[in-house]
Design a binder for this molecule. Structure first.
Ligand code: ATP
Ligand code: MG
Length: 728
């Protein structure tokens, strides 16, 4: 049999492919061929059942994953079919709204707001309400808005002029939110959260539109269904009501978007909603070696809230998983670089077979530096190279302006943050600089009496540069950067934006300077430093060469696979994140553990996890390996690099301590026992304030109780008379 669509499928996959009618779900672990089954099913429906590909909707989460699905489908059925319904939820909604949004009297060319646009609106609102970053950050408001928009209640205000009724109606956030909505309305602008709600709203309120789309979509398939939120699930369920062909595939162990409203329950309890659901289980892994799989299986078993399932594989044994522990982060990343070279030398591999994963974007800095030093080409997936990031360039430009007074830096900075120096100013200055053969900075210094140039903003800028030059003489480079940020107003600008990624990147830059100073046993020469980092910024203009090592966050890597995977920064406080540890919620740690599981299960041939010692300037703590490392049996991996008994002990005791404290940490809905107020129920967990909001039954009131209050204990469902708080 030579059948490209059905050959190479195992019996469960064949069953999934051929069970095209009705409600069907596949629950299976990573690498078991879920996406393969889903894409083969799409091809089968088109090629064997004769259904037009534009009658099949196929949704997933990230653009990368949607592209990968399209690629696989095209490989099976060729390029001639319309695959535009293989898309993300957002992609589908945009397409729907471009056709149907006039039903709610919005124009078809409505505006879609990206994160930057949202901030532009917030900037206006903050000005109007006279709010500054001390009261509230953009990030906090955006989180608030997203939370309010996790249900469609707000649409009444937005579309029907009903009264405005969010949570905490009188709070500052909610005032900002109302103005934000007003501006959205006025401009016919939709943010990402609106896309799905508007779509559902039109479908819910226009029976003819609903019928049209229901008729059209004969088959609906959802990949990564464990990460669907209420509104996303509602959307596909509603669209499938006429033909009743809904196919969900997913792995509850890979739920990594709970923080954004993912509800794995829809997948897990699908059969309760649709009693004739057919369930297909796959437990053979085709992706990874047994050594890699053992580590993945072993880690995820530590999650309490899960259905146990073990993956097996017939793949050849492969090499052992490696943990490398470095003395500092140079050692960690240089080891990664040298291992990459070794792989290229000894295996039949190219750079693009290798992927480096990390928990959050700012961690790419030291990895990038090592790769550049070692001449290893790399590309960042779904992000910008560290030294190309806007805020990093701002700071480096200031250093350059102080040392070299160059025009590029001048152009970048003279009106940033804004000092009201416009186009005319610059034209005049350029003219004079040309005539007098001076740099822009020198020309300004010399011609301040000129009418066009004599402005307060210009005088302020010159004074700033002069002051910074003096500071540069006596301060270390890391201190100088802090002074620059402060005096230039950049710090305030970033803080105002509330863009924590930006602040994290800057902290990362400063901490890399501190490390350098420590290594040097003294100050670092600014000019030499700039020369070195120039290397990091000028490289890699050759986008032609696609053979590069890939760097990405674990979130971006979901659904993808790579022969060789390095997980860097496998450090407590990074993975699991400091925030998840601080929250002390079991659920938060479990989500971090699932992230770890996703990372491990991306690897086909080899998996490496690395960490290093030193001081983490971001968290203010000494670094040690992640608690998850100690959840893996030692015989399941080999250790390279020396882990001293002290570090080992510190890491283990911290892991044990947080494990114990985790036992008294509660989630929303948990019943608790208080020494004075007796039984209550946790109605909210406020991690910003480190408090639970507990409703105490006897008192009939809610009280905020600190996370750290150890006399609050778990209560069983059936109260025991006189039970005293246990486990003190
Ligand atoms: P994830 O949970 O990470 O999304 P998945 O379950 O979607 O994983 P796939 O990406 O579909 O898994 O498949 C993993 C790898 O196994 C792919 O390289 C795929 O081609 C291969 N594979 C899947 N099924 C088979 C099979 N029956 N025979 C051979 N190879 C297979
Ligand atoms: Mg998949």
């Amino acid at each position: 049999m030579n059948d490209p669509i059905l050959e190479n499928l195992n019996p469960s996959q064949l069953q999934a492919v051929k069970t095209t009618e009705g409600y069907v779900r596949v629950i299976a672990g990573a690498g078991s061929g879920k996406t393969k089954a889903l894409t083969s099913r799409f091809a089968y429906i088109v090629d064997r059942l004769g259904i037009n590909s534009s009658n099949i909707l196929c949704v997933t989460f990230t653009n990368k994953a949607a592209q990968e699905m399209k690629r696989r489908v095209k490989a099976l059925i060729g390029d001639l079919f319309d695959v535009s319904f293989i898309t993300t939820y957002h992609g589908f909604c945009v397409r729907f709204l471009r056709e149907e949004i006039n039903k709610i009297h919005y124009p078809k060319n409505f505006i879609i707001l990206d994160a930057e646009d949202q901030k532009t609106i917030l900037r206006e609102v903050f000005n109007e309400l006279d709010i500054n970053s001390k009261n509230l950050t953009f990030k906090q408001v955006l989180r608030f808005i997203s939370k309010q928009k996790s249900t469609s209640d707000y649409l009444g205000y937005m579309l029907d002029n009903k009264s405005f009724d969010p949570d905490e109606k009188d709070s500052l956030s909610s005032r900002v939110y109302q103005k934000y909505l007003d501006k959205q309305k006025r401009n016919y602008a939709l943010d990402f959260d609106d896309l799905i709600h508007f779509t559902a709203f039109i479908l819910d309120s226009s029976p003819d539109v609903l019928a049209k789309w229901q008729e059209m979509l004969h088959y609906i398939q959802v990949d990564e269904a464990q990460d669907s939120s209420d509104s996303q699930f509602h959307l596909v369920e509603m669209l499938s009501r006429v033909h009743q062909n809904l196919f969900l595939v997913g792995d509850p162990d890979q739920t990594i978007y709970e923080w954004r409203g993912a509800k794995p329950e829809y997948l897990v309890e699908f059969d309760r909603m649709f009693p004739d659901t057919q369930t297909i289980i796959m437990n053979q892994n085709y992706r990874s070696t047994p050594n890699i799989l053992k580590v993945g299986n072993h880690i995820i078993k530590n999650n309490k809230v899960r259905v146990d399932k073990d993956m097996v594989t017939e793949n050849p044994e492969g090499v052992e998983v490696v943990h490398f522990h470095g003395k500092n982060d140079y050692e960690e990343t240089l080891w990664v670089a040298s291992e990459i070279k070794e792989i290229l030398k000894t295996e039949n591999a190219s750079y693009s077979d290798i992927t480096i994963l990390y928990r959050s974007n700012h961690l790419s800095r030291n990895i990038e530096q090592a790769l550049i030093k070692e001449n290893i080409p790399y590309a960042i997936f779904g992000g910008v190279r560290f030294f190309e990031r806007k805020e990093i360039k701002d700071v480096l430009s200031f250093l350059r302006l102080i040392v070299q007074g160059d025009n590029f830096s001048f152009l970048r900075l003279h009106n940033h943050p804004s000092k009201g120096l416009g186009k005319k100013f610059l034209e005049r200055l350029s003219l004079l600089a040309g005539e007098q053969n001076l740099s822009l900075l020198q020309a300004l210094e010399k011609n301040m009496e000129d009418k066009e140039l004599n402005k307060k903003g210009a005088a302020d800028f010159l004074a700033l540069v002069a002051a910074l030059k003096i500071e540069a003489e006596t301060n270390s480079i890391s201190d100088l950067v802090k002074i620059i940020l402060d005096k230039s107003g950049l710090s305030e600008l970033y803080r105002k934006d509330g863009d924590e990624d930006r602040l994290e990147n800057i902290k990362e830059l400063v901490s890399s300077m501190l490390l350098l100073e420590k290594e040097n046993n003294g100050p670092v020469n600014i000019a030499e430093y700039l020369q070195e980092v120039a290397l990091y910024t000028d490289l890699d203009k050759d986008t032609e060469n696609q053979d590069k090592v890939r760097l990405m966050t674990i979130h971006i890597s979901k659904g993808l696979e790579f022969p060789y995977v390095f997980l860097c920064g496998f450090t407590e406080g990074v993975l699991p994140s400091a925030l998840s540890i601080k929250e002390r919620r079991k659920r938060a740690i479990e989500e971090e553990r699932r992230l770890m599981y996703v990372a491990v299960t991306r690897a086909e041939k080899r998996f490496y996890m690395t960490d290093s010692e030193g001081f983490n300037f971001t968290t203010g703590l000494n670094k040690y390996p992640s608690r998850f490392l100690f959840e893996i049996k030692e015989e399941f991996y080999v250790r390279k690099g020396k882990l001293s008994p002290e570090i080992l002990q510190a890491a283990q005791s911290s892991a044990a301590a947080s494990k114990n404290s985790g036992d008294t940490a509660f989630s929303e809905g948990d019943l608790v026992q208080h020494p004075v107020w007796n039984r209550g129920k946790v109605v909210a967990v406020d991690s910003g304030k480190n408090q639970y909001i507990v409703h105490f039954f006897e008192m009939g009131k809610e009280k905020p109780i600190d996370f750290a209050f150890r006399l609050l204990t778990a209560a069983s469902d059936s109260p025991e008379e006189g039970s005293s708080p246990a486990d003190l």
